[in-house]
Design a binder for this molecule. Structure first.
Ligand code: ADP
Length: 929
């Protein structure tokens, strides 16, 4: 069953999925509303960010008509729809509101529906008509509501697009920042001069978008030893020497009283408590620390170019640069010490060059694995240890996961994974991670707890945390045979190495995070497109489940539909990713009913309308939900309510059955975003199938009514004709004769109405199996011959211009004959006597072209838009007495479009019209139609 509404709706959604150009799509929506809902005007008011005002965004009305384009919530019918979030119909100009812009614009009827998305009002969609007596029905409201969902999806997709672009932009900026840091540090490391190096750091900070930068190196007691500045006039340097950071602030800092102002390694002390902008008097600085205690200097930075108060994200690159500066100072000091000592030992020189090389390698690479392998390698080489393990902290800080191992470690530790990390309360590694301090042991017996996964010969152990800004990112652990391994000297080397590795790790984290964000956005974006690309309910469900499982990287996903009458859920679809289709979790079959009692977790999800994260091992042993999860082998799940326009549609469940999993907040957010898109898609598909059902019933009724009417009508017509023939013998007077003539005309028009309806219905439901390949030109000649009587009756001149060698078409002969008959018939009908009619048939631009030109009454522009609608008749002066049903052109359009072509027309009132269509040529029947 094909219908223009469904086609139209389908095209709308296809357009959205294909290329969501918002302006174009909204225009398309505008068009669709007017055609489907049958109204003269439409308007789309969008809610602004304040959620208090509406702005007219798309409309086909002349702006002068509607003077007020901005409305407050509650103002006029549109405002009331927005405020109450419910649909409203106004008929017969019964406007309820005093200051009603629509009344002022002389509209007599309107139907408005709210556009809601994720529980937020996005706008109002309104169909309007200015003709007196126009009435909107509930069915119009349904159609509008469906289109409002489309608009909501469109607006959201558009927003998503913007965010997407923004993320991509941020990412590029982030990359640029990382590059800045890299170049700065690389240059710094190639240049042995400390002053030149630090100048490099200050310049790099400025290049990142900050104002003047001062770097002070401290001698004892925080007196400034050396001052490095950019952008600061020489006369100010004197004051700075007295204290880079104002004395009172520095004192508070030393006493640990500025911790609430700390952002990463920086301290930001605004002059005023509130505000978003940087103000004169604000102080931003970072102490340059060596290890936990020593402060070797300070960096102070002035107002950023964007004049906003600094955030964690903005300060992170600065942090990395500050750490680099601290290490550079440390290197220089080490070098100095070494140079002072007369007998510089060979291995100390080597150590220094190792650190130097480490610095270069670490800052040159964003590849964590490579950097950590190098770190491990240097650690072993320098200390003479034979076994080593570098483990990283999991994102949720639950434990450690081995990244690099060297030597022979027990398998137990290698089995640890992101899901099952090494617990922080165990072993020397845990101790180093929780204390943040280096742990050194010698002479440990093999059965000692700390020797748990170490080789049997090991006797000494050292564990060094990789820490950045007080946060432990990982731990390096080494074991050696010699029980006197890991001298003070070696451990401090390890600490220095660890600090550098931490910087590299942090840098790579920064990079990975932004990549991850971009990935997430891309996944969401493509999932939302996949979900909204179709209207078939089963297909929609399938796509939702699949997109959710894939985007969340879970083993399966399930959609439960809510039935309000029975207060139960039905399993609508279950999707398992390919690789685990036969394994792990046992999920209910589609079609199964689930009550709240059977799955108590549903209650919470639906009542609070909030997502719920379930993790089997977090639940107590006797908990019924845990029992269900265990029986069915589900280890973790997120349950998200699916709500569209305030109505609960169901619950989306993403499930992990392969292993334990902790869902992060951003993952839950991702699931929620997907679920809300899915809700709208699901609701649309439900409405769509309702409309399908309605259309089916309507067609059925038309068919039944016309079949049942046709026979009795033919009977009546027979008797009337009989009467008309015997008028004289019956002795009727002229009045009575006129009555009978009226009867005859009325019945005739009923007959043609029914004939047209049936033809249209047949064209719509006819199967393509009856199609054939034929010569359309021959058919045109046939039709012209058939209408010849009418042409002669009206003394028209009809000519045919027919090109030779036009390819054949593949299609229905009956349907195309009817279409051509209607077009030529209309030209004959709507042209006054002695008119000129020219029929043309030919082949241009790879298409078969047919047209009929007449010099008849023509159609005025304001009536042209609706010509192809069913039952529409354009009443022009002179044509009101011409009988017709308003179904002819609608049939032409249906038939031509079913054959893959398009109709067109041009008309000028009083001068004439040209109606035509083109069709694609088909020599061979296509394989599948
Ligand atoms: P009908 O002819 O039965 O009214 P159609 O669907 O064939 O219905 O045409 C719709 C309307 O378009 C007509 O009522 C008429 O007003 C207008 N129309 C169609 N063809 C022509 C034409 N060739 N010249 C002028 N008006 C036309």
């Amino acid at each position: 069953m094909q219908d223009k509404y469904l086609d139209e709706m389908g095209q709308l959604f296809a357009a959205l999925a294909r290329d969501p150009q918002p302006e174009e799509a909204l225009e398309r929506l505008n068009d669709a509303v007017r055609r489907m809902v049958n109204c003269s005007d439409m308007g789309l008011w969008l809610a602004d960010d304040t959620q208090r005002m509406l702005e007219l965004t798309v409309t086909n009305m002349a702006r002068s008509n509607l003077t007020q384009t901005r409305l407050a919530y509650g103002q006029g019918m549109v405002g009331v729809v927005a405020e109450g979030r419910r649909s409203i119909i106004v008929s017969n100009a019964q406007w309820d509101f005093e200051d009603e812009p629509l009344a002022q614009a002389r509209f007599s009827a309107a139907a408005g529906v709210p556009i809601v998305w994720q529980d937020e009002l996005r706008g109002v969609l309104v169909a309007m008509d200015s003709q007196a007596g126009h009435v909107f029905t509930m069915r119009d409201i349904r159609l509008l509501e469906m289109m409002a969902l489309y608009a909501a999806a469109l607006i959201t997709t558009h927003n998503l697009q913007i965010t997407f672009a923004q993320t991509a932009h941020d990412l590029t900026e982030e990359r640029e920042r990382v590059l800045h840091i890299q170049t700065a540090t690389r240059q710094m490391l190639e240049e042995p001069d400390l002053r030149a190096n630090l100048l490099e750091v200050t310049r790099a900070i400025q290049a990142l978008g900050w104002g003047d930068v001062v770097l002070g190196l401290y001698a004892d007691n925080y007196t400034v030893d050396e001052l490095i500045t950019v952008g600061i006039p020489a006369e100010h340097e004197e004051t700075l020497r007295a204290g880079v950071v104002p004395h009172d602030i520095w004192k508070l800092f030393l006493n640990g009283r500025l911790e609430q102002f700390r952002i990463g390694g920086f301290y930001y002390i605004p002059a005023h408590e509130t505000g978003a902008a940087w103000e004169a008097g604000d102080v931003l600085f970072a102490p340059l620390r060596l290890g936990q205690e020593r402060i070797s200097g300070v960096i102070r930075v002035d107002a950023p170019v964007d004049t906003q108060r600094p955030t964690g994200t903005r300060l992170r690159p600065l942090d990395i640069l500050a750490s680099q500066a601290a290490y550079t100072i440390e290197n220089a000091r080490l070098l100095e010490e070494k140079a002072l000592s007369a007998e510089a030992l060979a291995d100390q020189v080597e150590e220094l060059s190792m650190i130097h090389r480490a610095d270069r390698e670490l800052s040159a690479h964003l590849n964590v694995d490579r950097v950590m392998t190098l770190t491990m390698d240097w650690a072993l080489r320098r200390t003479g240890a034979d076994t080593g393990l570098l483990a990283l902290m999991t994102d949720d800080e639950r434990g450690l996961v081995p990244l690099i191992t060297m030597g022979h470690l027990d398998e137990e530790i290698l089995r640890c994974s992101e899901q099952n990390p090494w617990p922080l309360d165990q072993g020397v590694m845990g101790l180093a991670a929780t204390s943040g301090q280096t742990q050194v042991f010698s002479d440990l017996p093999p059965e000692h707890e700390y020797m748990q996964f170490m080789p049997a010969h090991a006797q000494a152990l050292v564990s060094v945390p990789l820490a950045m800004r007080g946060k432990v990112l990982g731990v390096i652990t080494l074991a050696a045979r010699n029980n006197r391994a890991f001298s003070q000297h070696e451990t401090s080397f390890l600490e220095r190495l660890a600090r550098r590795a931490a910087v590299a790790l942090d840098n790579a984290h920064l990079y990975r995070q932004s990549e991850q964000l971009a990935d997430d956005m891309a996944v969401l974006y493509s999932a939302s497109r996949a979900i909204t690309a179709t209207l078939e309910r089963d297909e929609v469900l399938q796509r939702i489940a699949q997109s959710m499982a894939m985007a969340m990287e879970c083993s399966s996903a399930m959609i439960l539909g809510y039935h309000s009458e029975t207060d139960t859920f039905e399993v609508l679809i279950v999707y398992k990713v390919g690789t685990v289709r036969d394994a792990f979790e046992q999920l209910p079959d589609p079609g199964m009913t689930i009550s709240f009692d059977q799955l108590p977790a549903l209650r919470q999800t639906t009542e609070k309308q909030q997502s719920q994260v379930l993790r089997a091992i977090d639940l107590e042993a006797g908990n019924p939900i845990r029992q269900i999860m265990e029986e069915r082998h589900l280890q973790a799940a997120i349950m998200t309510p699916m709500v569209a326009q305030g109505e609960l549609l169901g619950v989306a469940v993403v499930i992990e059955g392969r292993h334990d999993r902790v869902f992060t907040t951003s993952e839950v957010f991702k699931a929620e975003t997907l679920a809300s898109q899915a809700s709208v898609a699901l609701r649309q598909s439900m409405l769509y199938s309702e409309v399908l059902e309605l259309e089916k019933i309507k067609s059925e009724m038309i068919r039944m009514a016309s079949h049942d009417l046709r026979n009795p009508l033919n009977n009546i017509m027979g008797y009337i004709e009989l009467l008309a023939m015997n008028l004289e013998s019956m002795g009727v007077n002229p009045d009575q004769a006129q009555y009978i003539e009226n009867l005859r005309r009325g019945t005739k028009s009923m007959q043609s109405l029914i004939d047209d309806l049936l033809t249209l219905e047949r064209a719509e439901s006819q199967r393509q199996s009856e199609w054939q390949t034929f010569d359309l030109g021959g058919l045109v000649v046939e039709v012209i011959e058939a209408v010849n009587t009418d042409v002669e009756l009206k003394h028209h001149t009809l000519t045919l211009q027919r090109e030779e060698g036009v390819p054949t078409v593949f299609g229905s002969v009956t349907q195309l004959r009817q279409a051509i008959t209607n077009l030529i018939g209309n030209a004959v009908k709507y042209t006054p006597d002695e008119g000129q009619i020219e029929v043309r048939f030919g082949y241009h631009n790879d298409r078969l072209q047919f047209s009929v030109e007449d010099n008849g009454y023509g159609i005025s522009p304001e009536r042209q838009a609706r010509l192809f609608e069913r039952f529409y008749r354009a009443q022009e002066p002179g044509t009101d007495m011409i009988p017709g049903t308003g179904l002819g052109l609608s049939l032409v359009k249906t038939v031509v479009e079913r054959h893959g072509g398009q109709v067109w027309f041009e008309s000028e009132p009083g001068a004439g019209s040209t109606f035509g269509f083109w069709l694609p040529p088909i020599d061979e029947p296509p394989e599948q139609l």
